[in-house]
Write a protein that binds this ligand. Sequence first.
Ligand SMILES: Nc1ncnc2c1ncn2[C@@H]1O[C@H](COP(=O)(O)OP(=O)(O)OP(=O)(O)O)[C@@H](O)[C@H]1O
Ligand SMILES: [Mg+2]
Length: 359
Amino acid sequence: MSERFAAFDQLTTLILVVQPDGAVLHANAAFETQMRLSRRTAKQHMAFDWFADPAPLAEALASVHRRKVDVSRFEARLLRPPHEEALEVWVSVSLGEGEYELLVEMIEATAQARQEREERSADQLRSSKDLIRNLAHEIKNPLGGLRGAAQLLALELGPQSNLLEYTEVIVGEADRLQSLVDRLLAPHRHAPQVSDVNIHEVCERVRSLLLIEHQNQHPGHAGGLRVRRDYDISLPDFRGDREQLIQAVLNLAQNAAQALAPQIEQGGAEIVLRTRVARQVTIGKQRWRLALELHVEDNGPGVPAEIRDRLFFPLVSGRAGGTGLGLHLAQTIAQAHQGAIACTSEPGHTDFVLTIPLP
Ligand SMILES: Nc1ncnc2c1ncn2[C@@H]1O[C@H](COP(=O)(O)OP(=O)(O)OP(=O)(O)O)[C@@H](O)[C@H]1O
Ligand SMILES: [Mg+2]
């Protein structure tokens, strides 16, 4: 009987096949996993057992069964074993194959919202990228002329002139703009250098670069920042651009260290580099069977709320002296590896996760 439903086990949405009275005929693997059920024990339950409020489900089952509507949709909270958070889901109830079979599909509300948000921001990022590249080129050319002219002017004025101050400002600002433009164009400049990459080599490089920087910036607090590793060493190598990936992960780690700066003086600041295998992941619109996840986590104050939606946009910065290019660059590099970077953040715990598909 349950072979009929075997295909449901391939899906990441949670699925219950129930009778009109709510008795469970089948629960798919995703449902069992999310609800912490052991294999095939769901049939001893009524679907209502898992719903914080069973009334909307009862109503939906009744009206779909009586063909008042084809599909009934509502939001619900699923109860999990004690001490675990309830799961917010979007539910859709429709007719199954037989007259006495109803299909209850549930998709995690947060997963759905995240997926939509990621898609939207990837689209926006792509369209802003061309604009930026063109703009950067347009700025670059006259900038050289501007700087050269200011230098000629300075020569003309002679070393004693008190107007030299002004030409110095022009040259200095032109240089600042030049380096900004260089960083904007950087991801498009080099052809990728593809080789076998070991993600832990990347992590180790980032870790040592970070610790060196930390020592230079906080000489009196060498022990104030801990960079902990939590690696899944079973992760295989993959094809990618090692130097670019180091740059991307370093940008994430530097942001974490900057956010932790006030805490470093007091001690207790921690960054975690965590690697994991992920199965059945969706990146953009594409599904991958296997992917690696690299989490860069910190226990700092969290991403400022006002920039959370635009975090990966160029020139969005929440800190004094920031250019707001680090995350944009990192995301561009992740996309070049068919991956993505996502962020969850609350005070005390910020998690930037880089996902890259594995062969
Ligand atoms: N781990 C983090 N904790 C708190 N805020 C963060 C974290 N990572 C990033 N941010 C916020 O996101 C903003 C954008 O980061 P991004 O790396 O793109 O630019 P930046 O660090 O300001 O400048 P740049 O990296 O170009 O020097 C940061 O200014 C900071 O406000
Ligand atoms: Mg940065």
